[in-house]
Every structure is written in C-alpha cells, then in structure tokens.
Design a protein around this ligand. Sequence first.
Ligand code: PDD
Length: 277
Amino acid sequence: DWILTGKEFVDKNDLSYPFEERGLQFGDGVYEVIRIYEGEYYLIDEHVERLYRSAAAIKIDVPFQKQELYAHLHELLNKNSVRNDATMYLQLTRGSAPRDHAFPLNTEANLYAYVKDFARDTDSLEEGASAITMEDIRWEWCYIKSLNLLPNVLAKQNAKELGAKEAILHKDGMVTEGSSSNIYLVREGKVYTHPATKRILGGCVRMKIEEFCKEADIPFIEEAFRMEDFEGADEVFMTSSTSEVQPLTKVDEVTIGKGRPGPVTRKLQAAYEKDAG
Ligand code: PDD
C-alpha cells in the first residue's frame, strides 16, 4: 500500500508520523474523503475546491498547485492499482514544529493521502435506516472540513450505541446536519435542507442533490426545518460521500412516512447511481 506524503510515495509500513505534528497535537488541519467507483474518483473537482477553501479559511498554504495535486492523486490510484470501489482520505496539516499554539514560522504544510477499500451498504440503502437526534455542540465554523471531529465522533458513537446509523444535530431547535452527513426532509414533494451557511459543511453530494432536484423538477428549498417537522415529514434522507443517498425511516421514536424509503428519495438515489456509475 502506497501513501502519498507531500510529493512522495511511501510504503505504508515505512511511514512515520512525527510526534510534534500539528494535526496530531492541535487538530490543526483539514481533510477530504473522496469516493472512488471502479477505480475513478467521483466529484474530485468539488472536493479539491473545498480542500483549498478549507485550507484558506484557516490560513494554511496548500504546498501544491491544483494541477500538481490532481496529478499526485491520480498517481496514488495508479500506484495502488485501484480498480474497485474505495475511498481516498486526504489530510493537510499546518506541519511539524515544536509545540506552540501560535503558527510556526517557515514550516511547510504536511499532506497525507491514502486509499482504502470501501463497500456500499446496499442493505441499508435499500431498506432505510434509523437516526437519533442530538444537540449540535460544535463550533461556529462547520463549513471548514476541519480535523477537529470530537463532537462528531461522540455523536456518531452515541448513535451507534442506540442502534442508529446517524446522529442528526440541531441548534436552537433547527436541524443543521448529521455527524458526518447532510440531512434533508421531504414534504409535499419538496426537499428542504439547511442553507449552506457557516453552520454546516456544504457537502459535495449535497451540491449534486440540488442539481438532481432541478433536473427532476423537484423544488430544492434551502430553508432550515425544525425538530418538530419530523412528525409531519413524508421522507427524510441523508447524503455523504460514504453513505450516498441514504433513506432515514425513523428519527428517534418517530416513524417517517410509511416507514419505508419514499419516492423522492428513490428518485434521487437513482439519479446518484446514474451520475456516479
Ligand atoms: N464526511 N457534513 C459533515 C459534518 C461531514 O463530515 C460530511 C462528510 C458531510 C458530507 O459531505 P460530502 O457530501 O462532501 O461527503 C456533511 C466525510 C464523508 C467523513 O468525514 O468521513
């Protein structure tokens, strides 16, 4: 297994991660997870653009021109002979330097990227899954895909312990997003989701959902909905690079619609599969 570190490829077994690494010590960095279908990146432009936006937001200079980064990411797939379904994880940190909260001087950002096999959760995409809800205790800059994921980790673990697939987060009674996904509610044929403000991560799949809705004449309404709205929802679903378009048929104790994935979700799943395939 080859890992991209900076501009070089290193065998996984020869990789050492510096102890005084700002990603490790401060979570001082950003990341991306890109889906790979049959050996090809899906939505790579959207992810690369977001990586540069996230890095700029926390004043990290990406040590690559975009074209150079694309070349390295494609080389990563070639070197690992990736032909199947996988995910690529990329992490960019402010670099390695003696520990001090303030930015180090003359330190280059560190980039790591590797590929991991990934299987679709076909059963839950077909059947739907359940979600729980939790207060969104994260910071105000959730639009940055930051390495600081402790609230997300704790929320997902809570969901898992309660037998649910996702934790839906809410702030002041309004649904923001999931612990690692965007959340949508369908009512009377319209799709509602939190606007892409600083309070959520604007998902790459979310951008596609907007496009698929336009193509299918489904109103896509960027308006936050309230926790109580789950009661009268026809459908609920979540999206992310790993979970795709995942129907949610139960939220806490509320059964959504008929307790089965609904027609709007199905239409968007089909559009996704066509686009990604
Ligand atoms: N997470 N919101 C949050 C908080 C996320 O962590 C993610 C993705 C999304 C969806 O983004 P996208 O559609 O670009 O994948 C929304 C990735 C998959 C992760 O952390 O593993």
